[in-house]
Ligand binder design. Structure first.
Ligand SMILES: Cc1ncc(COP(=O)(O)O)c(C=O)c1O
Length: 484
């Protein structure tokens, strides 16, 4: 061997590992070349002053990883082809990736071509009222870590789950929580644990809607839902929303046979309207008459600041026509990617198969930790704490808007959820308003992309979850200095 292999007696790394690393580096850098013969274990052990077993252990590891090979009766050699060559295929040059690959796309693929990657670009401002996240710095991470470590002590989570519908204790915990907090009518058997609301939308559309079928949805509505529907070729029927939520009379006047209607009754996205009880009952009656299904997206109903919560649609209709969907993205953290669907019993077997085909299951370990988090009372405690924090932030936002803009502003949907919708009464264009706000370090998110048809303009989604009261007040003060 024409390189010196020196061992460090003071290193915490054991000798066999030091020898392994030194040889591996020598092979990778070419100091030991392909097909070069290595000294025998006995000779190397003697020259290094270590036991032969130590050298044998290093050689064995290199042999098992494919750096070395033995030739019977001859010795140990560096392999011709290294594992790195086999594992890492060269990355293509960016410039060589053609902008429109010469492949023929499916109808689904062709529809995706028209979608922008990020539907609502996020303002990179010093004070951004961006929407979508809870106060992540308030999440009890140390507690989550403890629960995670406790569950990691057993290896039960490594195999495929026996049921793609989800971890049974988690489904039991969610069923208990939903029937108590949202008057949802459900059994754990009817609950499917999903990869967030987004997967629930995707699976529901795939199972229930064919290309060309009609879907009704609120106007304005959640853009990510709309995109799932159009990506699968559904024909969209936007139904207006007023201060009482979806206009059910208008829905009933639609002549097309509606397969599915997508609604956010607890806190309409983005206007914040709460669907009134008479309209809820009318919607359920309409669904029963027409045989349509209702997708109830209850994304932020945990947060209600005034008045008694209205029970979920699903509970009022005893679960017959409603797919009830919730998520932990807003109450815990969005990268957890855990949501749930409460399915009408007849649909359970199909959704079980669809979930299995789609991604097998939601990761088991996270489901188990989440089940513990709920069962041990941490979820309710966290929601209580966050409700009071968001309430203070929400009040600070509404008070600052009223103080600085008076009748030049209308604030909608302030009694629930994690955002309000703000309508500025101004003559300057929406784009100009956003640009002026950006110049004073304030990021605004327009509600316009959430409209399918005519956009009224000057409507903004203001989230108050991530900013503390000081930042909220400063942001509104800065907006007030702009002449619009
Ligand atoms: C209307 C609506 N539904 C659902 C979600 C949550 O989606 P997910 O559970 O996929 O994170 C959001 C998040 O912004 C939302 O605005």
């Amino acid at each position: 061997m024409d390189f010196a292999l020196a061992l460090d007696p003071h290193s915490p790394t054991p000798y066999y590992q030091q020898i392994y690393e030194a040889l591996r580096q020598a092979i990778l850098t070419g100091r030991l070349s392909a097909r070069q013969r290595l000294p025998s274990t006995r000779a190397l052990a003697t020259s290094l002053g270590v036991s032969r077993a130590t050298v044998t252990q290093s050689y064995d590891q290199l042999l098992s990883e494919g750096y070395l090979q033995t030739v019977v009766g001859s010795g140990t050699y560096v392999c011709d082809e290294l594992p790195e060559d086999l594992l890492h295929s060269p990355a293509p040059e960016i410039a060589s990736i053609s902008p429109s690959p010469p492949v023929s796309l499916s109808a689904y693929g062709r529809r995706l071509v028209d979608f922008a990657d990020s539907p609502t670009p996020e303002p990179a401002a010093q004070i951004s009222f961006r929407y979508g996240r809870p106060a992540l710095d308030q999440f009890p991470l140390a507690l989550w870590r403890q629960l995670l470590v406790r569950r990691c002590r057993s290896g039960n989570w490594l195999d495929y789950a026996t049921d793609p519908m989800g971890y049974w204790p988690l489904r039991e915990a969610i069923a208990a929580y939903l029937s108590q907090a949202r008057a949802v009518h459900c059994q754990p058997d009817h609950i499917l644990i999903t990869n967030g609301t987004q997967q629930a939308l995707d699976l529901a559309t795939r199972v229930l809607v064919s290309a060309g079928d009609a879907i009704a949805l609120e106007e304005p509505s959640y853009l990510s839902a709309r995109r799932v529907f159009t990506s699968q070729g559904a024909i969209l029927h936007p139904i207006p929303v007023d201060e009482l939520g979806l206009d059910v009379d208008k829905l009933a006047q639609t002549t097309a046979p509606i397969r599915l209607v997508y609604v956010t009754p607890s806190h309409q996205f983005p206007t914040g309207a709460v669907l009134s009880l008479p309209r809820r009952l009318a919607l359920l009656a309409w669904a029963q008459q027409t045989g349509s299904l209702i997708f109830e997206d209850d994304y932020d109903s945990e947060y209600r600041y005034a008045g008694r919560p209205i029970p979920a649609l699903q509970g009022l209709g005893l679960g017959q026509s409603v797919l009830y969907v919730g998520t932990f993205s807003k109450v815990l953290f969005p990268s957890l990617r855990v949501g749930y669907m409460v399915l009408p019993p007849a649909l359970v077997p199909l959704f079980r198969r669809a979930k299995w085909l789609s991604d097998r299951q939601v990761p088991g370990l996270e489901q188990a930790v989440l089940a513990d988090f709920i069962v041990e009372g941490h979820l309710e405690r966290h929601i209580r704490r966050m409700r009071s924090l968001y309430d203070q932030r929400r009040q600070a936002l509404v008070a600052a808007l009223t103080q600085h803009f008076g009748c030049r502003v209308t604030v909608l949907g302030e009694n629930a959820g994690l955002h309000v919708m703000v309508r500025f009464h101004t003559k300057i264009s929406e784009a100009e308003l956003i640009a002026r706000a950006a110049r004073v370090g304030v990021g605004l998110i327009s509600a316009s992309p959430q409209y399918l048809g005519q956009r009224p303009g000057h409507e903004f989604i203001f989230s108050y979850t991530e900013l503390d009261e000081n930042a909220i007040v400063t942001g509104i003060q800065r907006l007030a200095t702009l002449s619009f």
